[in-house]
Structure formats: C-alpha cells, structure tokens
Design a protein around this ligand. Sequence first.
Ligand SMILES: Nc1ncnc2c1ncn2[C@@H]1O[C@H](COP(=O)(O)OP(=O)(O)OP(=O)(O)O)[C@@H](O)[C@H]1O
Length: 242
Amino acid sequence: MLQIENLHKRFGGLTVMDGLNINVAEGETRCIIGPNGTGKTTLFNLITGKIKPDSGAIKIGGRNVVSRRVYEIARLGVSRKFQSPTIFGDLTVEDNLIIAATGRRNFTDLILSRRHGAESRIEEILEKLEFGEFRNDRSGDLSHGQRQWLEIGMVLLNEPDLILLDEPTAGMTLAETARTADLIRQVLHGKTTLVIEHDIAFVRRLEAPVTVLFRGKVMCEGSFEDIAEDEQVRRIYLGENP
Ligand SMILES: Nc1ncnc2c1ncn2[C@@H]1O[C@H](COP(=O)(O)OP(=O)(O)OP(=O)(O)O)[C@@H](O)[C@H]1O
C-alpha cells in the first residue's frame, strides 16, 4: 500500500532523510518510533506532500506521489490526524461526526447526509468509540482523551485508504493512553495506518510492527519484543531499562 524508496531530504546543511526505505502492507498498522529530531514528523510531511523530497519515491497504492500537490494526495485517500484536535468544540459529538462523514462532499450533502447512508456509519463509530451516551454533548466539554478519540472516529468516517496518526497519546493520562492503543487496535483494524509515538507503554500495547528511525534511516524493524531486545535500539532510544 505504501512504499517509501530511497528517500532523501535535506534542510540546508541538515540531512533529515538519508535513504529511507519503508514498506507498509495493505491493512497493516505500523508504529514509527525514534529519538527526537530524527525525522518522524518530516516523514508525515513528505507523505502528505507538505514538503517535497530531494530524491526518492513515495508510492501510495503503486502511484509515486512525490510530484503531487497536498490536495491531490489527500484525494488519493491519505488522512492525517495532528496532535492538536481539529474538532468543532461548539458542536455536538454527533454533528462533528456528520461533518466528517460528508468531508469530501458539499454543504447540501451535509444537510442531507442522514438520509444518504452516513447515519449507519456514524452509529457504528459511536458504538465502537463507546460514545453513545455522549452523542448530544458539546464536543468542547469532552475530556482531552475523548476529543482525540472523537477525532480518530472522524478520520475513519473520511473513509481513508492511508491513516497517519502523529503522537495520538500526547498529553494523555496512563489510562487514556492504554485505551487509545486498544481503540486503534480495534477500530482501525484492517486500515493501513502509520502511528508516530514516543510512549513506550503505548507502543508495547499496540502490538503492531515497529520501525525505528535514526538519522533519516531505518535502524531496525520488527515486533516490539524484537526491537526492545536490539542492543543498538536500547542504547540509542529506549535507554537502559526498556
Ligand atoms: N521545514 C523545516 N525546515 C528546517 N528544518 C526542519 C524543518 N522541519 C523539520 N526540520 C528539522 O528536521 C529535523 C527533524 O524534525 P522532525 O520534526 O521531523 O523530527 P521528529 O522525529 O518528528 O522529532 P520529535 O520526536 O521531536 O517530534 C529537526 O532537526 C528539525 O528541526
């Protein structure tokens, strides 16, 4: 589904991508970890077309997108969730989901959406998120964790082919972090998803293959257990006691 081939990017004298190769299969969840400043967010900026590589290929569904514009790549079904939620705080949970469900269509469709099949998908998301009792609550009154989960639901309603989650647990409590890992496992199961994370407890709980980035390259890949045993990873990223 996603192939990154020999990607190079420099910012002035700083090499951020130095021959990066990553392959993510259709339906796979992949966790991307690495020390601060190693290029994780830059990788998302490159995939979404926000910045352009100096060389290399980014193939989505077999198509090289490096010369495409941001909106063209979004239209190919790439959906990115940023660290800070972009929900409408004054609207209800359900209304935010309705807007997300009609995201690629126009305003008339937004009004008519309940009659056009969006309703059943919204019900499904409300159920998966266990949000039924909050559906008429003002989104701005939700907890930090709940707002992030709502946004994951909104990303899903966009029917993306590739989901990019940048530090979905930033600012969360331990319990919220654990719930987020469970939610991604359940709700995004079968959806091609890349997750950038720092929180090691989350990475362990996600039970997804992990790619460790270091200095613009893949340092190693494997299960959490595999990478946690890797001497280089322990020294450079995880510290003495992973
Ligand atoms: N547009 C830009 N112009 C110049 N330098 C940049 C730009 N974007 C990122 N950088 C630099 O590239 C390096 C990689 O940044 P990036 O944000 O991708 O790292 P990261 O792995 O996501 O870090 P963190 O874990 O702290 O979020 C950093 O040194 C950063 O300062």
